[in-house]
Write a protein that binds this ligand. Structure first.
Ligand code: PMV
Length: 316
């Protein structure tokens, strides 16, 4: 067997995080230039060894009934059960370019890459919807009650318009646009932020529900703008979405500083992205302003700035 390599991209949420948990739509796009990769080779031990090289961690699976408290072992077990396959004698090495705990979907991408490498190494078949369901199950370990947007955009590697529980809708990108993704350097605390929004929602539903509805309206308008190529409308929609996320208490001083710095340096719009309280923000820039906004973000404290182009898929 020659080594088998499989991979999956990072992702970024453009609009609708948090409100998506309450049934509102959200839009997310893959970031194909940042990837998690899994390489499978025949093992020299009995059983399945999964080596997470970034974490210096090795997981050995030699019994399908062993207790599963980590995401890698759970991925392998769910997959082998679904394929009705015994534990293979393989070593799978995982590598990832995706920063962890920053809202870029590192966990879902690693799970997806691992599952794909296993399927291929076993010479099996698994359709995309089934893979998505397995990655979703594993996401529950990280997030508790995830909406499913992360695994969906990562597994399908296409821009998605996501409504919890509904069939997946893919978005057509009429005109390409450029985003900067800037990292506050503080870990994002998705689980805590989601829990805090839940507490707010339960205690002040009459105040919070209209904000969630407003976010839903922003997302629907953003979809229209993206699908008709009216990119100039996206910036103000991002800024309004950010203001609502601030009211939901999921932004942070670091995120707000970066959002302000991006706007001041000429970004058309900016907002936090993902769970919040840390992690990343995104800024919409023209190709001409990208460099200036990027250095303004670094000066304002961003520890990493990634430029990504959201473009139509081939054949779309
Ligand atoms: O922190 P991330 O990028 O995994 O995003 C979480 C998105 C939320 O809407 C806050 C939660 C969810 O499950 O959709």
């Amino acid at each position: 067997m020659i080594p088998i390599e499989a991979s999956a991209p990072a992702k970024v949420i453009l609009f609708g995080e948090h409100a998506v948990v309450y049934g509102q739509p959200a839009i997310a796009v893959p970031v194909s230039s940042l990837r998690a990769t899994a390489t499978a080779r025949p093992g020299d031990h009995t059983g399945l060894r999964i080596v997470a090289s970034n974490l210096n961690q090795t997981t050995v699976i030699d019994s399908l009934s062993q207790s599963i408290d980590d995401a890698l072992a759970l991925t392998a077990r769910l997959l082998l059960q679904r394929l009705d396959a015994p534990i293979p004698n393989l070593e799978i090495t995982l590598r990832s370019q995706i920063p962890v705990a920053s809202g870029l979907g590192s966990g879902a991408a690693i799970t997806t890459a691992l599952a794909r490498a296993l399927v291929e190494a076993l010479d099996a078949k698994l359709d995309t919807a089934e893979l998505n369901a397995i990655v979703y199950e594993v996401e529950k370990l990280h997030h508790g009650t995830p909406s499913g947007i992360d695994n969906t955009v990562i597994v399908y590697e296409q821009p998605v318009y996501f409504i919890r529980g509904n069939p997946i809708e893919h978005i057509h990108i009429a005109e390409p646009f450029t985003l900067l993704i800037a990292d506050t350097g503080k870990p994002g605390l998705t689980r805590i932020a989601v829990g805090d929004v839940r507490t707010l929602y339960e205690s002040q539903r009459e105040r919070i529900q209209p904000m969630l509805d407003d976010i839903g309206n922003i997302v629907r308008r953003a979809r229209q703008s993206i699908e008709t190529g009216s990119i100039e409308q996206l910036g103000p929609l991002m800024s309004r979405n950010h203001a609502l996320l601030q009211e939901l208490t999921v932004s942070s001083p670091e995120l707000d500083v970066l959002v302000q710095a991006a706007l001041k340096a000429g970004a058309a719009g900016a907002k936090m992205s993902g769970g919040g309280r840390g992690g990343n923000m995104i800024a919409l820039v023209s190709p001409e302003s990208a460099e200036t906004v990027s250095s303004a973000l670094r000066s304002a404290g961003a520890v990493r700035v990634i430029e990504t182009r959201v473009a139509p898929l081939p054949n779309d």
